[in-house]
Design a protein around this ligand. Structure first.
Ligand SMILES: N[C@@H](CCC[C@H](N)C(=O)O)C(=O)O
Length: 257
């Protein structure tokens, strides 16, 4: 079987994108998805995303981590999928699509995608970290110098040690002169990625909730580029949360499977 794919990246979080509107992709083949994402034996990516038809909305997002398993929401992947839908002519400058965590609205202009994330009602605060779900589960921990921090070792330890079999993504964060610098250990990739959209969203909300900032538009420096998160605090938590940044097509190819 030959598969046509596109490679996208959003601030260095990279994805294999497949147009599956004809439902030809073998979705249950975990080994195949894992191999397509493999950086030595496949195309190489942090995840694989299928664009499918949706009964009521512009399209549907189906997301798999690099380990081959279908997972929870991917913010940067969602932004890249909006750019892919625009490239395919499925949408123009606005999108409303379904993902595992529900409806997402988005806009795209000059390669910059602004994606509305789910409302967040609860942020659990512990002595040294916060935990919240922004579509995917996230641990958020302030450290004194994140650029020098051993994200892989510490992230891996917490991902398995604190969160059991289900696990969590683990974000380490340091305040900078504009906003925050963030590095993330991603569940399902089992490594640090260059950026995590649901992760930086979690960081912005947790930093606001714990009083590290009073801003509601927060620039975040990820290792692969800059993102911005905006939101409205409300009695029920946080709403109108938007993740904004670039999403780029890198190349197109065909692979024999
Ligand atoms: N890279 C993502 C997060 C993808 C999901 C995550 N690996 C998980 O399984 O929880 C993002 O940009 O949000």
């Amino acid at each position: 079987m030959q598969i046509t794919f596109y490679k996208y990246q959003g601030t260095g979080n990279d994805f294999v994108m497949i147009d599956n509107r004809l439902l030809t992709f073998p979705k249950q083949n975990i080994e195949l998805i894992n191999k397509l994402c493999d950086r030595r034996f496949g195309i190489g990516a942090d995840g694989l995303i299928l664009l499918e038809n949706d009964e009521n909305l512009d399209f549907k997002m189906v997301y798999y981590n690099a380990d081959g398993n279908e997972s929870t929401m991917c913010g940067n992947g969602g932004r890249c999928l909006v750019a892919f839908a625009n490239f395919l002519g499925v949408i123009k400058d606005k999108a409303a699509f379904n993902a595992v965590d529900g409806l997402h609205n988005a806009t795209i202009k000059d390669g910059i995608v602004s994606l509305q994330m789910i409302d967040v009602a609860e942020i659990k605060q512990k002595d040294s970290y916060s935990f919240l779900d922004t579509g995917s589960p996230h641990h958020v921990q302030l450290v004194s110098n994140v650029t020098e921090f051993n994200v892989f070792a510490e992230g891996k330890k917490l991902r398995y040690g604190l969160y059991g079999a289900a696990g969590s993504n683990i974000n380490f964060v340091t305040k900078n002169d504009k906003g925050f610098t963030v590095r993330t250990y991603e569940r399902g990739v089992e490594d640090e990625t260059l950026s995590c959209g649901t992760g930086v969203t979690a960081v912005a909300l947790a930093m606001h909730k714990t009083g590290s900032t009073t801003d509601t538009v927060i620039p975040i420096k990820a290792m692969g580029g800059d993102l911005e998160i905006s939101f409205e605090p409300s009695n029920e938590g946080y709403k109108n949360i938007f993740l904004t940044g670039p999403a780029t097509q890198v190349f197109k190819g065909e692979i024999e499977c």
